[in-house]
Design a protein around this ligand. Structure first.
Ligand SMILES: *Cc1c(COP(=O)(O)O)cnc(C)c1O
Length: 423
């Protein structure tokens, strides 16, 4: 089946749910067991079924199955946020004394999680530039547990050479995890390009209307292949004392996400609410047509900005002038590059004036909403940095970032044209 069909239909059997056309919301905390043997079987994994919503929920289950199908995955576990999905991915493989490799071009929260928060757990994050893969390979050692990067990094807006990173991960038999939030499975399916794990912030394009926070981890069959018999992942290959001696690698199941559910949702508890899973299911239904519209619109807007006399430069991987253009054509469906773009004006003051002068674009720090968004990083997310640090981070003081929504393209261009008069 194609994405447009999967996004609307997959993983839901109406006749198992009173014939309801819309997926029901199972707004429940717990589930009745048939008898004590049934309860025992569920806890022992002899039978699969519902126990408690921190671990699983029928509405969330449909969301997980549908999303897993869109990513062409083997198994999935949904989490309360994208941040929880990323933390659980790290916590699922690394312990004190281990290290993980994270792309420098990553979401700010991922960078602080790596540089500060997991450091206090004794896990070292090492950073690499996606345009300098020697920096990646030279930092790998016996204690490296995962390599992590974003298909279209937010806020850098580039496209990594995915196949080259896959090659390095496979050479060293290390799990490769890709944050596919900005591309979404509609524009890129990293598992089919050789990644082992994909994570998402569902809060952005997949939800699509800015109505719920959510995250998901999806694994490919290759995750199990890499884990089995690999001393890097001894804890998957040895009895788990916290789960009556279960050895994950003896199961014929998606063991990476199974452990994230059984051990990490159990003990850290960042489970999604059934209502948010339902909102995210609604979002998935329209994801394929939204990503197409948003990508087309963003390209047209990028071309308008590139031709504008007050604009010094435009960064959008769909533009031929972008250093990511070749990778975008190679790795993104039909070269469509999602809805994030940035452009640079001559000064911080001009950028602030433009960001304050739009009528349709809202001044918000989010991406992937149906409503278009404008941000000025130097006065918000990157406020603490000096002008030199801003340049080094790739966000000069005159830079403006746009997240293109579902409004009419010509209306958005007209709005930017009138705001640019203020610059
Ligand atoms: C927003 C975002 C996250 C964090 O997700 P939340 O759902 O906000 O926790 C992670 N990665 C990327 C690329 C993001 O844009």
């Amino acid at each position: 089946m194609q994405d447009k069909t999967l996004a609307v239909q997959f993983g839901y059997e109406k006749q198992e749910h009173m014939g309801a056309m819309s997926v029901p919301i199972y707004q429940t905390t717990a589930y009745e067991f048939r008898d004590s043997e049934h309860a025992a079987n569920l806890f022992e994994l002899k039978e699969l079924g519902n126990i408690y919503t921190r671990l699983m929920n029928p509405t969330t289950d449909i969301f997980e199955k549908r999303f897993c199908a869109l990513e062409d995955g083997f198994g999935a576990v949904a989490t309360a946020s994208g941040t929880a999905a990323i933390f659980y991915t790290f916590a699922n493989v690394a312990e004190a004394g281990d290290n993980i490799l994270i792309a420098k071009q990553a979401y700010g929260g991922t960078l602080t999680l790596g540089a500060h928060t997991i450091k206090r757990f004794g896990i070292e994050a090492r950073f690499f530039d996606i345009y300098n893969l020697d920096e990646l390979e030279s930092q790998i050692d016996d204690k490296t547990k995962v390599i992590f990067f974003e298909t279209i990094p937010n806020p850098a807006i580039e496209v990594a050479d995915i196949e080259k990173i896959v090659e390095i991960a496979n050479k060293h038999n290390i799990l490769l995890c890709v944050d596919n939030t900005v591309a979404t499975p509609i524009l890129c399916k990293p598992l089919n390009l050789g990644a082992d794990i994909v994570v998402h912030s569902i809060s952005k394009y997949c939800n699509g209307q800015g109505t719920a926070i959510g995250g998901i981890i999806v694994e490919s069959k290759s995750a199990t292949t890499k884990i089995k018999g690999n001393s890097r992942y001894a804890h998957f290959n040895e009895p788990d004392a916290s789960y009556h001696g279960l050895v994950y690698t003896t199961l014929d199941m998606p063991i990476f996400t199974l452990r994230a559910r059984l051990a990490l949702l159990r003990d850290f508890g960042g489970a999604p609410s059934p209502f948010n899973s339902w909102l995210n299911i609604q979002g998935l239904e329209t994801l394929p047509i939204r990503m197409e519209h948003i990508s087309n619109s963003a390209l047209e807007i990028a071309k308008f900005l590139e031709a504008h006399p007050k604009v010094k430069s435009v960064n959008y991987p769909g533009l031929e002038s972008s250093k990511s253009y070749k990778n975008a054509q190679k790795y993104l469906k039909d070269g469509k590059a999602s809805g994030l773009l940035s452009f640079v004006l001559d000064s911080k003051e001009s950028a602030q004036k433009v960001a304050e002068s739009t009528d349709i674009f809202s001044l918000v720090v989010n991406i992937g909403d149906s409503k278009s968004i404008i941000t000025h990083p130097a006065s918000t997310t990157h406020q603490q940095l000096s002008p030199e640090e801003l340049d080094a981070a790739g966000v000069p003081a005159g830079l403006i970032r746009l997240s293109i929504g579902l409004e009419d393209t010509q209306d958005l261009i007209a709005d930017l044209a009138q705001a640019l008069k203020e610059a």
